[in-house]
Design a protein around this ligand. Structure first.
Ligand code: ADP
Ligand code: NI
Length: 195
């Protein structure tokens, strides 16, 4: 199988499992992250094949989305072997997706992993980031905002979203983040004013 056919198969693999996802990790999230990762990858001279594969697959084993992370990783590994991808490609992809999620608190070691982590974080800030936060919060039954209870989505901006800008690795992502970060700050200012 040629590389582009392998990528088509990979896209198909996530399409099946993310088609009906409604907490902000839907197929369009994967599309945006992949497009953004490829844009950064071209600027940073990264391995485009690995970067695209990692981007499509980065949420496949997220603990918020699957019951058992280890078996999701195992199923993914079996799938990649069946294509077949080379051992070094499979190892690089699995290693990267094991470190990308913010909740894991890890920094990917490869450039391709760093790029997808950057692209994933860019999708959590700005206008889309705001919409995703309230979608996720709503799906989890959180308060939109609450004066006494910190389990609310506005609090999530202070706990996480406003911090993401300073965790980015590539200069391409850092410059794209500026505008999105400012927009969130303006949003919060307006929100508190209207509240
Ligand atoms: P990661 O995959 O890096 O761990 P998450 O899955 O935590 O990232 O976040 C995915 C999306 O859901 C983001 O847009 C994030 O802002 C939103 N989200 C995650 N946790 C919360 C929360 N407690 N309240 C509101 N939104 C959240
Ligand atoms: Ni993601």
């Amino acid at each position: 199988m040629e590389k582009h056919e392998q990528l088509t198969a990979i896209r198909q693999y996530v399409t099946n499992s993310f088609n009906n996802e409604r907490t902000g990790h839907d197929l369009y999230h994967l599309q945006r992250v992949t497009r953004m990762a490829m844009e950064i990858a071209r600027e940073e001279d990264a391995n485009l094949f690995r970067c695209e594969a990692i981007a499509w697959l980065h949420d496949v084993a997220d603990h918020k989305l699957v019951e058992n992370e280890e078996s999701a990783i195992q199923a993914l590994e079996n799938f990649l072997e069946s294509l077949p991808l080379t051992k070094p490609d499979i190892e690089a992809i699995i290693k990267a997706i094991n470190t990308i999620s913010f909740s894991k608190g890890k920094i990917p070691t490869s450039l391709e992993g760093k790029i997808v982590q950057d692209a994933d974080r860019l999708d959590a800030i700005g206008a889309i980031g705001i919409a995703r936060a309230f979608t996720f919060g709503g799906a989890r039954g959180k308060f939109m905002y609450h004066e006494q209870d910190n389990d609310n989505t506005i609090q999530h901006f202070y706990d996480k979203l406003l911090k993401l800008k300073s965790t980015l690795h590539t200069s391409t992502a850092k410059s794209l983040a500026e505008d999105r970060h400012q927009f969130m700050q303006q949003f919060l200012e307006k929100f508190h004013q209207e509240w």
